[in-house]
Design a protein around this ligand. Structure first.
Ligand code: G6P
Length: 613
């Protein structure tokens, strides 16, 4: 969602804020701004630059103003309340107080009325502006900035991460957090605030993750954290292992391309613990996991977007291999329905970022129903969802910057397969031979994924044929149906071609009506037990004049023919086949988007980390 950075230092922080915002741009990119406390001691003023569009445009505007300052805050926005306009861009200012905000204030209308009655005028349509005025109203009553922020957040309902500066108190930054991630970075004689560590990693790796309800006072030399009751608390200092290289493009044109190609390494890193352990065991999911997992009788998976499709794939594995029921539900649906609690059910949340609000709220709701067997599969250490879960399996994909998720998805699948094998073993349903086979399959997976990546030139040639189309259908069956869903999602996210996925057997029940020469049909056709059924479905499309693009295993015995183009993926890899078949659909979406000239890493209207409903 939105990205926040703040800095207080003995040096000029303007460039540091801008560099930080560039690294946070994946969180939201419809407008950007900075505000700094500038000027001689005793006559400081807030200087602000905001622009719609990308950080680069705001940077150019800031350069022409040529100001310098030792204290400042910055923001990249993904619009919620109020359109994409300069007036709605952050920072927002009220009488010398400037602030940036991530999240949504639910009672902003009520606060706005109260503040209007006090004489405050509003320049934007945002929920954020009320916070700036609210803080100022408490300053007017004699509070200092810290107390004013603490009182103001007490009046708010909703979610927020805030960074606040005041021209009257240039020697400090104030931070507050509820429901949205925020951390404090600890430097030498300088300190920082950020939504995530990528924004400040060039300056420090030592961070304190603020907890729900925390506020923090950040000066050059000290950081004091207060809990929701205003009591000073000690929070642990973490040393982040995020590398600068993982945040830079290197030889690639886009982060998505880089992240697609990083998959063999990301998968190898994610399975390392299993391979080192020489087998599947509950301990892979954290200390004390065995009693939690041992008597699990059902699994409920909750997730959004691509992570939801990882869950749909896992359902096939869990029911077939563990032999227990598995339901998968979009988190935003689960959280608002009357779900039936089952104390023997394992609730698994899947989230790349660990901060997707719908997934977090679904987890809280499950816990409120009495579920206490909770497991998070997540790519970001110390993020909110794993912290709220009893067990955790961290995927080790490394920072994922492209908005369209790629390496996070395949590593989630690896983690879910590990969960499947572990639950099966705990239930006595995994023989030593089968365990050995599964381990071998995992060991060989990075190599098979690399073979699939080598298909890129053939897929690039297909992409040219897709680029002029307006619609596309994706078909798969069984455990590959969710891969068809993921392929369609990737294509629509980044190329804006309308794409839908169907189980191939469902085609004749409706979508076949759409098939004509202008509707390319992508078919995932691995050599599994459903291959002959898929071949029949292909004939149904062919008979209606449809053009098909088939990803078949080398041993599927598919030949090219009129209307049917085939790319052969490596030999069928067995149970992990959906992971290998993900690669071609990612590459197809990427190259179609390139051919159409869209902004691959920052597709219109989307954001990577969605911390609002
Ligand atoms: C956003 C992203 C998607 C992602 C989804 C869930 O919509 O654009 O790529 O799949 O959120 O994110 P999560 O971090 O919870 O996996």
């Amino acid at each position: 969602m939105c990205g926040i950075v703040g800095a207080i230092a003995d040096r000029d922080v303007v460039q540091l804020l801008i560099e930080g915002l560039k690294r946070l741009e994946y969180r939201g990119y419809d407008s950007a701004g900075i505000a700094v406390v500038a000027g001689e001691a005793g006559c400081e003023e807030i200087r602000r630059v905001r622009r719609t569009g990308r950080v680069a445009e705001m940077e150019a505007a800031a350069a022409s103003e040529a100001f310098t300052a030792g204290t400042g805050i910055g923001h990249t926005r993904w619009a919620t309340h109020g359109g994409v306009t300069e007036a709605n861009a952050h920072p927002h200012i009220s009488h010398g107080v400037a602030l940036v905000h991530n999240g949504i204030i639910e009672n902003h209308e009520e606060q706005r009325e109260k503040l209007r009655a006090l004489g405050y005028e509003f320049e934007s349509q945002t929920d954020t502006e009320v916070i700036a005025h609210l803080i100022h109203s408490f300053l007017k009553q004699g509070d200092d900035l810290l107390a004013a922020v603490q009182r103001a957040v007490g009046e708010l309902t909703g979610a927020y991460a805030l960074a606040v500066v005041s021209r009257h108190e240039p020697e400090r930054l104030i931070a507050a957090r509820m429901g949205c991630p925020l951390l404090v970075g600890l430097g030498e004689g300088e300190n920082f605030i950020a939504s995530d560590v990528s924004a400040i990693v060039q300056a420090t790796r030592r961070v304190i993750f603020l907890e729900e309800g925390d506020t923090a006072e950040v000066t050059r030399d000290a950081v004091r954290v207060f809990d929701e009751h205003g009591a000073v608390v000690e929070r642990e200092v973490h040393v982040s292992d995020v590398s600068l290289a993982s945040l830079e493009l290197g030889p690639y044109r886009h982060f998505m391309q880089k992240e697609i190609h990083e998959q063999p390494r990301a998968i190898a890193d994610t399975i390392e613990a299993v391979i080192d352990n020489k087998g599947f065991s509950a301990s892979l999911f954290g200390a004390g996991a065995e009693p939690v997992l041992a008597d699990v009788e059902a699994v409920q998976i909750l997730a959004c977007g691509t992570s939801y499709f990882a869950g749909l794939t896992a359902r096939y594995w869990i029911e077939a291999i563990v032999g227990i029921p598995c339901s998968v539900e979009v988190a935003s649906e689960y959280r608002y329905r009357s779900a039936v609690a089952n104390p023997k059910q394992l609730v698994v949340t899947i989230s790349q970022s660990g901060e997707t609000l719908d997934t977090m709220e679904a987890l809280k709701y499950a816990k409120s129903l009495g579920h206490d067997k909770t497991l998070s599969i997540c790519n970001v250490p110390e993020s909110a969802i794993p912290r709220a879960s009893r067990l955790v399996y961290y995927t080790r994909a490394g920072a994922e910057i492209g908005v369209a998720s790629t390496k996070a998805f395949t590593t989630q699948l690896v983690a879910l397969f590990t969960l499947t094998a572990t639950l099966a073993k705990l239930r006595g349903r995994l023989s030593p031979e089968q365990e050995g086979e599964f381990l071998d399959a995992l060991r060989q997976l990075p190599g098979s994924v690399q073979h699939a990546l080598n298909l890129e030139p053939q897929i690039t040639a297909w992409a040219e044929r897709f680029a002029p189309k307006q619609h596309a259908l994706f078909l798969g069956r069984g455990v590959h149906y969710p891969i068809a869903l993921e392929g369609a999602l990737k294509l629509k996210e980044i190329s804006y071609i309308h794409a839908e996925a169907y189980p191939a057997g469902e085609l004749k029940h409706g979508p076949l009506a759409l098939v004509d020469a202008d509707m390319p049909v992508v078919v995932i056709a691995p050599r599994d037990s459903l291959l002959e059924k898929v071949k029949s479905n292909i004939q149904e499309v062919r008979a209606r004049g449809g053009e098909m693009f088939v990803f078949a295993d080398l041993d599927s015995h598919f030949g090219d023919s009129e209307q049917v183009s085939v790319i052969r993926t490596p030999r069928h890899v067995g149970v992990l086949s959906p992971i290998v078949h993900t690669i071609p659909v990612q590459l197809l979406a990427y190259h179609v988007a390139l051919a159409r000239g869209t902004d691959v890493d920052k597709p219109r209207n989307l954001a990577k980390s969605v911390t609002v409903e």
